[in-house]
Ligand binder design. Structure first.
Ligand SMILES: Cc1cn([C@H]2C[C@H](O)[C@@H](COP(=O)(O)OP(=O)(O)O[C@H]3O[C@@H](C)C(=O)[C@@H](O)[C@H]3O)O2)c(=O)[nH]c1=O
Length: 182
């Protein structure tokens, strides 16, 4: 299992060691001791699984009072996964990092609390599974607008308009968002 910090160093990509044989493959997808060493001493309390069609964009989501760290991966298909730093005191506040996650590279991405998170589906369908460090709290959920020009996220769009929920279409610009540490 390898850990790689991205341009925002608290966001970490994890590459599991994959053991392939005539039956298929085996890999460990989470190991607490290594996770703590490279990402921090977090505990996970909720696991999620969503399925999306090509061209869907989910996000960018964050919870303000109950921030969630998310350990995400794709078990079928391919997505472009994005984390935006919303920690006001951070030198990378307002910056984003993105990574292509798919069923072949089997990478996981650690998105710490204090970040907005979203993804865009590149394959025909994608199964997206993730562990969260806090519970879903709908009253606390905020949506940062995926297309905010100040963020300038380089989404690998397959068509001009991604398919999105009504909630996500009405996300807020970063300049109007309440962020962490304000
Ligand atoms: C996220 C979530 C949703 N739900 C319910 C609420 C709603 O009826 C339905 C669909 O919810 P949403 O439209 O918010 O699902 P979705 O857009 O997939 O939300 C997710 O997006 C990605 C980008 C994230 O980062 C996640 O943390 C989460 O916010 O599922 C739960 O019961 N528990 C949960 O943890």
């Amino acid at each position: 299992m390898e850990f790689e910090s991205l341009a925002i160093p608290e966001v970490v990509v994890i590459r599991p060691k994959v053991y392939s044989d005539a039956r298929g493959f085996f890999m460990e997808t989470f190991r607490q001791e290594l996770f703590e060493r490279y990402c921090g001493a977090y505990q996970f309390v909720q696991d999620n699984h969503s399925r999306s069609s090509q061209g869907i964009l989910r996000g960018l989501h964050y919870q303000l009072e109950q921030p969630q760290g998310k350990l995400v991966r794709v078990t079928k298909g391919e997505v472009f996964d994005v984390a935006v730093d919303l920690r006001k005191s951070s030198p990378t506040f307002g910056h984003w990092v993105g990574r292509t996650l798919n069923e072949d590279n089997k990478e996981l991405m650690w998105v710490p609390p204090g970040f907005a998170h979203g993804f865009y589906v590149i394959s025909e369908t994608a199964d997206f599974q993730y562990k969260c460090t806090d519970y879903y709290a709908p009253h606390d959920e905020k949506v940062l607008l995926w297309s905010d020009p100040d963020l300038a996220i380089d989404w690998p769009l397959l068509s001009e308009h991604p398919l999105m929920s009504e909630k996500d279409l009405q996300g807020s610009l970063l300049e109007n968002c309440i962020t962490y540490g304000c």
